[in-house]
Design a protein around this ligand. Structure first.
Ligand SMILES: Nc1ncnc2c1ncn2[C@@H]1O[C@H](COP(=O)(O)OP(=O)(O)OP(=O)(O)O)[C@@H](O)[C@H]1O
Length: 387
């Protein structure tokens, strides 16, 4: 029985939720920490909240080091969290190995970036797919049912005819075929949630679209809730229903993908969209390190051991005001589209009235226009988002 047949949750229902999720990694081996009462930590993820819904893709976008993978690993329960909560169907979950972990993993599966590393080169596709079917009790009763389940998995990821792939070793497959096997392996658990951590960034540009189309098709057919992690905001517009932008461990903007990518409110989101102007880029042009370099236009991200006070983007922001240096901005509703919010003081009229945008910018450049979503908003009252 597939999830869509099981009727476990109606379409659009929240399946998995991050609530104030926070992860600080201890920094080891620093001599001065021996004498310090507060040992240094990497503030990888701070106060991240969002919901994954059945039959919807949520993109988590940001440059390298912004905390995206750490969020995925927290949601997969591979890291213990420092603070916050993870709720599966509204129930708080904290699992550390054993049967409870297996039962959680059955419902929440992680797909990694590198299909070369995630498949063991000495085992066949059959081995990789049989294991999850057996572990999660979806292998059927006899050899015949197992064979049918294996063929079904390969067919779902368009590796057909299945018998051509079942006894192949990973090195006999292309990168795209390997990623399809990794996706089939995740589906073997019959999950409700897929956490896809840069699932196409290591693939040849010519086959990325095929794998993204496959994920979208699985979302529709199996009503999966998908978290799509990427540094490529252009692909988020194409592939995700909702987009959340992270910078230096914090969420800075969120809303429906069309609005966030076409009418970005936060100066950092603008930086990302300006360096990825072509939505077709997903099929060509920049990739990997080049894209990461382009994303960094306008400076470097801060140290996460001692992140900047206030808004973490202020040292790079052409519109920074004194308040940005001192206070972390709350989520403020922006624009006309429901659910569009940003954590930026530019959208708080009282702050802007007290201190003109750019007054605390590192290299204030009066020729840099404020974000379009900000234009004409100074007369509207602030609307703080309910979390
Ligand atoms: N196990 C760990 N121990 C210490 N620091 C870590 C650990 N894992 C991640 N970090 C740090 O946490 C921060 C966020 O890393 P993370 O991998 O989540 O970012 P990312 O946005 O996924 O980047 P990328 O796109 O390069 O994978 C980085 O500064 C990273 O060095």
């Amino acid at each position: 029985m597939t999830l869509s047949e099981s009727g476990a949750a109606p379409a659009g229902e929240v399946v998995l939720e991050a609530v104030g999720l926070t992860k600080h990694f201890p920094v080891r081996g620093r001599l001065r920490d021996l004498f310090s009462r507060t040992p240094a930590v990497v503030h990888a993820v701070d106060d991240v909240s969002f919901a994954l819904r059945r039959g919807r893709v949520t993109a988590l976008v940001g440059e390298s080091g912004s905390g995206k993978s750490t969020v995925a690993r927290l949601l997969a329960q591979l890291h213990p969290r420092t603070a916050g909560d993870i709720r599966l169907h509204g129930t708080s979950t904290r699992v550390r190995g054993g049967r409870r972990f297996r039962s959680y993993v059955r419902r929440v599966q992680l797909i990694l970036q590198d299909p070369f590393a995630s498949l063991n080169p000495v085992h066949t596709v059959r081995y990789h797919l049989t294991r999850p079917l057996r572990i999660h009790g979806t292998a059927g009763r006899g050899a015949e049912e197992l064979e049918r389940a294996l063929a079904d998995l390969l067919t779902r990821v368009s590796l057909t005819p299945p018998e051509r792939y079942l006894d192949a070793f990973p090195h006999e497959l292309s990168g795209g075929q390997r990623q399809r096997v990794a996706i089939a392996r995740a589906l073997g658990a019959d999950p409700e949630v897929l956490l896809a951590d840069e699932p196409v960034s290591m693939l040849d540009v010519s086959i990325r679209l095929g794998v993204l189309n496959l994920l979208q098709d699985l979302k529709d057919r199996l009503d999966l809730a998908i978290l799509y992690i990427t540094h490529d905001i252009a692909s988020a517009r194409y592939f995700a229903d909702e987009t959340i932008v992270m910078y230096a461990g914090r969420m800075v903007e969120g809303g429906d993908s069309e609005t966030v990518t076409q009418n970005p409110a936060h100066p950092y989101t603008r930086l990302l969209t300006d360096s990825a102007p072509d939505p077709e880029r997903i099929t060509g042009a920049l990739s990997g390190a080049d894209a990461a370099r382009a994303d960094r236009g306008g400076g470097e991200p801060p140290s996460l051991i001692s992140p900047p006070a206030g808004c973490r983007f202020h040292p790079r922001c052409p519109h920074a005001m004194r308040r940005c240096v001192a206070d972390a901005p709350p989520r403020l509703t922006v624009g006309d589209r429901p659910g569009h919010w940003t954590a930026c003081w530019l959208y708080d009229p009282a702050t802007v009235a007290a201190d003109p945008p750019g007054s605390a910018a590192p290299d204030a450049d009066p020729t840099v226009p404020p974000p379009p979503a900000f234009a004409g908003r100074a007369d509207t009252g602030p609307r703080e988002e309910a979390r």
